[in-house]
Each structure stands twice: as structure tokens, then as C-alpha cells.
Design a protein around this ligand. Sequence first.
Ligand SMILES: Nc1ncnc2c1ncn2[C@@H]1O[C@H](COP(=O)(O)OP(=O)(O)O)[C@@H](O)[C@H]1O
Ligand SMILES: [Mg+2]
Length: 389
Amino acid sequence: MSTKTMTVAGIMSGTSADGIDVAVVRIAPGRQQPKVTLLAHEGFAFPAPLRRAVLAAMNAASTSTAELARLNWRLGIAYAEAVSATIEKHAVKLDLIGCHGQTLYHQPQAASYAGRRFGCTWQLGEPALIAAVAGVPVVSNFRPGDMLAGGQGAPLVSLLDYVMFADPKRGRVLQNIGGIANLTAIPAGAAADAVVAFDTGPGNMVIDWLAQELFHQKFDRNGDLAAQGTVLPNVLAAALRNPYFKLTPPRTAGREQFGHEYAAKFLTACQRQSKKPEDALATATALTAETIAQSYKTFARRGMKGSPVDYIVSGGGARNATLMAMLAQRLGPMGCELAASEEFGLPAEAKEAAAFALLAWQTWNHLPGNVPKATGAARPAILGQVTYA
Ligand SMILES: Nc1ncnc2c1ncn2[C@@H]1O[C@H](COP(=O)(O)OP(=O)(O)O)[C@@H](O)[C@H]1O
Ligand SMILES: [Mg+2]
């Protein structure tokens, strides 16, 4: 490879719409895989009016063209400010940036529109603003390239998961719990094309909505509210019958499946069984834990072939102690050792951002970024587009 070592920032803002994570990594070419080292990580909460605007645009049945154009620009400003603050604080000099953008709509399945059938995806956040402020090229818009190769456009973290966590002796599951939860399973000694990756289902999305609706809190800090409730078994059993959980991977989920509408119905079902609001939170937390454990059992466990498995959790959900306890209870008996991403040198919030730094480096070097087995693509694809500074 004629590639060189670069310092790359990855910018991520996920479906929780909580804010922006920036990870700065050093990426060095290796014989087979690049070597990725985390240099710095910072998180930035969205200012309240921007968060409202993002949530409104994500959940709106209709919105205006001017609103979307402004939001695209405003997000670009927020990303540019986040990356500037990070490089200033850590005194790093960047060579390249990868920006995921804010997903407003993701529809991997083909549907008819204006006389043609197709799937589509849309991430906002004007990259030209970031390039102008940071003075280095920005790679953005990663998902369409995978969809045009026949993939679902997600999950795209699989390459980083493989590069950083594959182990010759131990199976590794990388479980990210953001708004949506997704896993990458890497059997011991596996080649990159043997990984399994897919969205397990809701992560914090239903929990967050209930915390807001019932307790006027952005999320259930540490899972303290859920810890005071009791899981409602009938509601949980009914929720588990959702056809999404029966889908064979590749599969992806978003607000389209588990957003406000879903959460409101879930709450109504809880309220029919119990007047205690904490019970709804306990049940939503159990839904996340149970769908993660069932997903692993049905679609990933067989490939692990009896070797010990580290089940490594990242994303904001790793901070929810009640959720982590529920996960340990279910995954332990399946031979998995639950761990937080920190224990492997990568803070829980930094992983997805680091993934988009690596994807930017791949694209810059004309290398593919998707793992076809993970997204369901027919071929490897070079992802995204470059905006020069
Ligand atoms: N201390 C905490 N206790 C419980 N949950 C937390 C905590 N910190 C973050 N979270 C959860 O993590 C979510 C954000 O996770 P993140 O990985 O950024 O998701 P996304 O990629 O969807 O933005 C929050 O909305 C919240 O539900
Ligand atoms: Mg987030």
C-alpha cells in the first residue's frame, strides 16, 4: 500500500439526537489491516433549540424545504465547532475528517416513489462548513455507496470493530447501544468476511422517550428509574412478537420502527397493566436487553464455536447500570463475559466516531469501507464523497 499514516477526526451524531461525538485517531497502514490508535475524544451536547429542531425534523410527517436547508447548514456549523474545540483542546493537527452527519431518514427497503422503486437514506450536515473551518478535506455521505452495492447502508462500524477487536483466540461481540442497538460478532481467528453484524433493535430510544414523557428527563441516568420498577411480563412478551425481531440479518432499524409512535403505544400497553411509571421504564429496559440477548442467541452464537466470548458494550447504553445488569443476567449463561468498551481502551462514546474516521481514511486511500457480509452488499464499495478545504 502506498498509503501513509494520518491523523483523522471522526464526527458522529446518532439517532438519539443527544449531541456530537468527536474522536481523533492515528491510522497507520498495516500489512493486512490498518492500525488505529485513539488520540482524543470529546462529546458535545446539542444546544436545546438545535436538539428540538433535529427531533422535529426526524419525527415530522411533513416539514418545509427552508427548515431542512437551514438544519443542514446549522448542523454543519455544530460539527465544525465540535471539531475545532477538540483539536484546540488536544493540540492535534488533523490531516482528514470523516463526518457521518445526522440521519433524518433511512429506508433500506425498496418502495415506490414517483414511478420508480428504490431504497434511500439521508444524512444532513453541510461538509463544506467543516472543511472551511478545519482546513482539511472532509469525507461525508457514507451510506449511499453501500446501498447502491445492494447493502442496507448499515451497520458501517463493522470494519473498525474488526480492525480493533478481532482476536485469534477469543470470540468478540461488539455491542453498541445508541438510540438503536447493533452488534458485530467476530469469531476467534475469523477473516473479515466472516463477521456477522446487524441492528438488534431498540437501544435507548424507547427508554429515552419514556423518561422524557413520564419524568421530564432526557434519559434514565444510570438506569435508576428502571431499577425502581418491575418488568411487566405480558407487555414484554407482546413486544417481543414484533416481526422485526424475526427478520434474518442483514437488518437495520431506526426511528421508523422504534420512534415516538412505537414508544407511545408501548406506554399505553404498560399503563393497562400498571399505574407505576417506573414499571414502564423497567419493561422498556428489559426489551432492549432481551432483544439483544435473543439476537445474539439466534444469529451469532453458532459462529462462535465454543471459544470464550468477550461481549463488549459501547454507546451511551453502557452507562445504564440496570440495562448492563439485565444483559449480564442473559448473556452470562450463554458463555459471554460482559465488558464495557473502556476496558479495551476505547471509551463507550468514542467508538462510532472512531469508525467514521477509519472509513474516511479508507475512502481517501480509494479503499472500500463496508463489510459486505454485515450490510448485505453484493461487493465491497468505496464509501462517501470528499469535500476539499
Ligand atoms: N449516564 C447514563 N445513564 C444512562 N443512560 C445514558 C447515560 N449516558 C448516556 N445514556 C444514554 O445514551 C444515549 C446516547 O447514546 P449514544 O451512544 O450517543 O447514542 P446515539 O449514537 O444514538 O446518539 C442517551 O440518549 C441515553 O439514553
Ligand atoms: Mg449520541
